[in-house]
Design a binder for this molecule. Sequence first.
Ligand SMILES: *Cc1c(COP(=O)(O)O)cnc(C)c1O
Length: 341
Amino acid sequence: MSENQLMDWSALGFEYHPTDWNARCTSRNGVWGEVEWTQSEYMTMHISAGCLHYGLEIFEGLKAFRGVDGKIRLFRADENARRMISSAERLCLAAPSVEQFVDICAEVVRRNLRFVPPYESGASLYLRPLLIGTNPFLGVKPALESTFIVFASPVGPYFKGGIAPIDVVIDRGQDRAAPRGTGDVKVGGNYASSMLSGYQAHRSGYSNVLYLDAVERKYIEEFGAANFFAVRGNTYITPASGSVLPSVTNKSLRRLATDMGMTVEERRIPVEELSEFDEAAACGTAAVVAPIGKVIDLQTNKIYDFGNKVGPYSLKLFNTLQDIQYGRTEDPYGWTTVVEV
Ligand SMILES: *Cc1c(COP(=O)(O)O)cnc(C)c1O
């Protein structure tokens, strides 16, 4: 089958879809072995592996885009590699080097070329690198063996009908991450912390939970899987906090905002300040920018309403970043790597 007939690209959401090949590589006592390429979607591991009982698991998420010129580009894979290294340090796992990480990601794309969606679809190939502690033990201690896995799955655009506002809730009943905890590294455990509040929000018809700081519940932190930013006048404002995950998308948007002539502020944001913002949005690899329509504070019943519209700054930032990812404009920052095929 030709790649365009392979599947209904327009029907893709954000679900796991099998591809041809995935990579695994294991470090024992700090020494990495050879990369193993497999078509199996399964792995066997010891029932006492540290990832299964002590949460020794970290992951990344990045995308490969088929551009308007037919070239396939990885977006800032080196940033994901560096973040994986910092996550691994926090969990005492051996991490792949930046070069190993980027090379394996590029090769996963090459070996699954027929799953890289066509340009017109607005879809992309999502890469999921993960690192898990795999040797058996019971007494709590760092893992001596860590296994690095990279697989791919084609995913649809977050907004099928074009960028549109989402409604979110503030839930003061549950926290995502504590100061000096693991909020600033990409560990599966953070998703365990936010699972119930996120599920309850979804069940009530909301897209996401906006978490507040765990000490005073006074300052905005981030969403379960996306950073927060707001626009007031010509200023891009995003939380400064030791328990927010450093989003590659947010970092990129801050740079674009600066270069568009906006002022960028990274500071504490009291939740009441929401009423003073012109625009608010979630940002991350999945959606790039998801504008907020309403924020509903579940415990105080206060509603912050940004209107059922996409603000001009959010839209411009979204378009500028996607133009770089899809090769529609020059990439003056060197953020994209063309995957040679
Ligand atoms: C992955 C993640 C993000 C988004 O990061 P990007 O690098 O922009 O994809 C934001 N918040 C949390 C908690 C995350 O795990």
